[in-house]
Design a protein around this ligand. Sequence first.
Ligand code: SAH
Length: 210
Amino acid sequence: MTPSTRKIRLILDLRRRGITNTDLLSAFERVPREDFVPDAFLDQCYEDIALPIGYGQTVSQPSVVATMLQALEIESGHKVLEIGMGSGYQTALLTYLCRRVYAIELHKELQREAEKRLYALNRNNFTSMAGDGSLGWPQQAPFARIISAAAADDVPRKLAEQLDDGGILILPIGGEKEIQKIVKVVRVGDEFEIEDLGPVRFVPLVQNSS
Ligand code: SAH
């Protein structure tokens, strides 16, 4: 099977799992996941599995990425904050869905490599930095949408506070050994409405205790 046949099979699979947002499905069609995984895993790049990207991290499972992005209800004019840039794969998807992406990655080397990959694919509507995403990006706030690819113990207050009124934050919650769940936080004025979207497994969001 060629990579493009595998990619089509993956997209059909996402549709079967309830991914109906056509902009999102076409973003999956446009982003070459083979450019975001190490050579040793090329034959598996369109399997619905997480794959190692170095530094003990992984590029997330496509169906999990799709479920979270669909729940984010992105519009083309949106400014989106992404935490846990990793390989840059999800950043690439986001660049097709919104006006501008602000991406934060804890590991400097991963952030640099991801940035290079995105520029090589002519994705230019993003800004990235290395740092602790649990603090958000106060200089660029507020954001219409925030998504974290790394799990936190609880909703980081500093992140939720960087949402626009009506803004949505999607993130996994729960410790490494627990069953984690995806949570949707909607800002309504100074209140935050929290909805549980179901179980999932993610790497931990490293947070400074200070
Ligand atoms: N979206 C990524 C998935 C990366 S896995 C992709 O498509 O490849 C989660 C990432 O979150 C890892 O790269 C990890 O280094 C990063 N991470 C963990 N804690 C973080 C933090 N506090 N701030 C920013 N990134 C963090």
